[in-house]
Design a protein. Sequence first.
Length: 197
Amino acid sequence: MARVRDQQKFNDCRDSLLAVGQELFINSSFNSVGLNDILREASIPKGSFYHYFDSKEDFGLQVVEFYAKQHLEELESILADSKLSHYEQLKTFFSSSVEHFDDIEFCQGCLMANLSQELADVNEKLRSKINELSQMTVDRIAQCLGEMDTNELSLGHLEPEEAAQVLMNSWQGAVMKMKLEKNRAALDVFMKFFFRR
């Protein structure tokens, strides 16, 4: 009789591995992290890794999805807070990220931005997946912007989708500058420009 897989246990173990991969990739890079690094950090044998993932590339794709899902869930929870105006929801979302970077002393940055810089020209599958997931965040923010007066953010001359792109592009640029300078100055300028109230 075939053994029935415990799906919850399988998912929990896979998520644990994805969390390890997320930390390794965000603190280093995709290419510099080898399979042995992943196995050592996760304390599992090689055979167990291939029980969950077809390859390191497959692992990378799932790590990116795991990371993006967490951030989208955080965004959704803030946008679902009806006690806040749409302006306050967006301000809260970005402010919480500033606080996160403050807590970890302005390092790491955004995993998807880091990987896109590293891999966009050399790995089409990861480039496409990162682009797809990044667009989901832009689309969700555009939806919020479509329900508010975007003049509050000095973006009233743009369509919601365009305004969302400007907001996220500016944020990613500020995060990159933060990493270079190892301080919050660029993040504070971003907040001061878009969220003056």
